[in-house]
Design a protein around this ligand. Structure first.
Ligand code: FES
Ligand code: FES
Length: 158
């Protein structure tokens, strides 16, 4: 069985798994990292949203063989450590706004929100309503208005 090495939440990991197994199943079933949720498996629902080298991506659509040993994967479990805190400011904003209902989509929503803040900062600007409209993470519970409020609050603290 081929081996695949990448950096997961700050630590190198190596897994023995077939080349075509997609990263979401490597994370959840082999490494026990279950923050990224399985919704659709086809890059539509965004429940699995995590970061690769600081950018949002969907591990359900990436075969593990595509990863390089230097690729840094961050899941919701590793998000607080990126700012050396117990909770990331976006997570704190989420709690204060009481965003979650069933919670299933929420790790992906938070990871998408943090990546969006980094993206617009790199462009030298702040999040606009159009940016928020562009987020494609599905919430079956319809928490969208609280998500938007929390993203604005989290952005202000990042
Ligand atoms: S499970 Fe990855 S986008 Fe739906
Ligand atoms: S909180 Fe239930 S799916 Fe979003």
């Amino acid at each position: 069985m081929p081996q695949h090495t990448f950096v997961l939440n700050g630590s190198p990991v190596t897994v023995e798994v077939a080349d075509d197994v997609r990263l979401l199943w490597v994370l959840r079933d082999i490494l026990g990292v279950t923050g990224p949720k399985y919704g659709c498996g086809i890059n539509v629902c965004k429940a699995c949203t995590s970061h690769i080298n600081g950018k949002a991506f969907n591990p359900c659509s990436v075969p593990v063989s595509k990863l390089k040993p230097t690729d840094e994967i961050t899941t919701i479990e590793g998000l607080p450590a990126t700012v050396d805190r117990d909770l990331h400011p976006m997570q704190e904003a989420w709690l204060e706004e009481d965003v979650a209902q069933c919670g299933y989509c929420q790790p992906g929503q938070i990871m998408a929100a943090v990546a969006l803040v980094h993206k617009v900062r790199a462009e030298g600007r702040e999040i606009t309503d159009d940016d928020l409209d562009g987020l494609r993470n599905i919430c079956r519970c319809g928490t969208y208005s609280r998500i938007r409020t929390a993203i604005r609050k989290g952005e202000g603290r990042m």
